[in-house]
Design a protein around this ligand. Structure first.
Ligand SMILES: Nc1ncnc2c1ncn2[C@@H]1O[C@H](COP(=O)(O)OP(=O)(O)O)[C@@H](O)[C@H]1O
Ligand SMILES: [Mg+2]
Length: 278
């Protein structure tokens, strides 16, 4: 169960009251099994909100719960995937995937049945991410996209109810990203975790999300929440649909507003003005 309720959550770093809070009055309910994307200009608090959900930061006001339990720190019910592949270079793909599970069973007096169960799960995940062939390879033998697949499989190993992803495909090229998008949607259908996915790429946010949460900076807060008017089963050609393009246009316009620039024309006018004053 991973229904998440976020109520009036705020976060201040340090004690200075002159800088706006990183987050202010964030209210959001995320349904069990939902795929939500967070998008917005740099500095609007996307990573901070995700880290609070992961329990890596503690909010300074408001309350939040995951599956009826208050979030007070990290937990096995929530797994995080970062932009930079955090694999251990000295472990094979298979051992990387089993690693966190290994930590857990070591603590609880490992039995051979545990090892067997972990191996079965790791095999299934390797299959799910399409990397069974490279189980014995080392991370530096894999492409960036493949390494990030392994990082996702490792996060899924303990069957977390929630998968928290912070710009996980930000370092990949455009073609690899498209492949990863369809892979993460497939994983969502098969494993059914609740996913909160942070990105600054509006197209990625719409293609993946059932809802797109648009945030704005200074103070970091939610501007609007957009349900995505596309069928549950996404295909790349939907990116050309009128619904997709209209939502993309709307969100980009709101982001430009919050950055203080209304339209491209507005920006061009300003640049021209600067040009003529000299
Ligand atoms: N550890 C920190 N200490 C101080 N300020 C921070 C820290 N982390 C983030 N911030 C500030 O909080 C705000 C939101 O940052 P962040 O959540 O990283 O935004 P985003 O991920 O949307 O770019 C920014 O103003 C940032 O400078
Ligand atoms: Mg960030």
């Amino acid at each position: 169960m991973a229904k998440v309720i976020i109520e009036k959550v705020g976060k201040r770093f340090g004690t200075a009251t002159t800088t706006p809070p990183a987050l202010q009055d964030v209210d959001l309910t995320i349904e069990d099994g939902e795929f939500v994307t967070l998008v917005g200009a740099s500095g609007c608090g996307k990573s901070t909100l995700l880290r609070i959900l992961a329990g890596l930061e503690i909010h300074t006001s408001g309350r939040l719960t995951c599956g009826d339990q208050p979030i007070r720190g990290p937990g096995a019910d929530r797994a995080m995937v970062f932009q930079h592949y955090s694999l251990y270079p000295w472990l094979t793909v298979m051992d990387n995937i089993k690693f966190s599970r290994g930590l857990k069973v070591n603590r609880e007096n490992i039995t051979s049945a545990d090892v067997e169960a972990a191996s079965g799960r790791a095999d299934a995940l390797l299959d799910l991410i399409g990397l069974s062939r490279v189980a014995d390879a080392y991370p530096n033998q894999l492409s960036g996209g493949m390494q990030q697949r392994v990082a996702i499989a490792r996060a899924l190993m303990g069957r977390p109810a929630m998968l928290l992803m912070d710009e996980p495909f930000g370092a990949l090229d455009a073609q690899t990203r498209e492949v990863m998008h369809d892979l993460i949607l497939h994983i969502h259908r098969v494993e059914k975790p609740t996913i909160v996915f942070v990105t600054h790429d509006v197209e990625e946010a719409i293609y993946l999300g059932q809802r797109v949460v648009l945030m704005q900076p200074r103070p970091g807060r939610i501007h609007s929440v957009y349900p995505v008017p596309l069928p549950a089963q996404r295909t790349q050609d939907m990116k050309h649909s009128a619904e997709f393009r209209a939502l993309r246009h709307e969100i980009l316009a709101r982001i430009r507003e919050s950055a203080g620039v209304n339209t491209d024309q507005d920006l061009l006018d300003r640049l021209n003005l600067v040009g003529t004053t000299h």
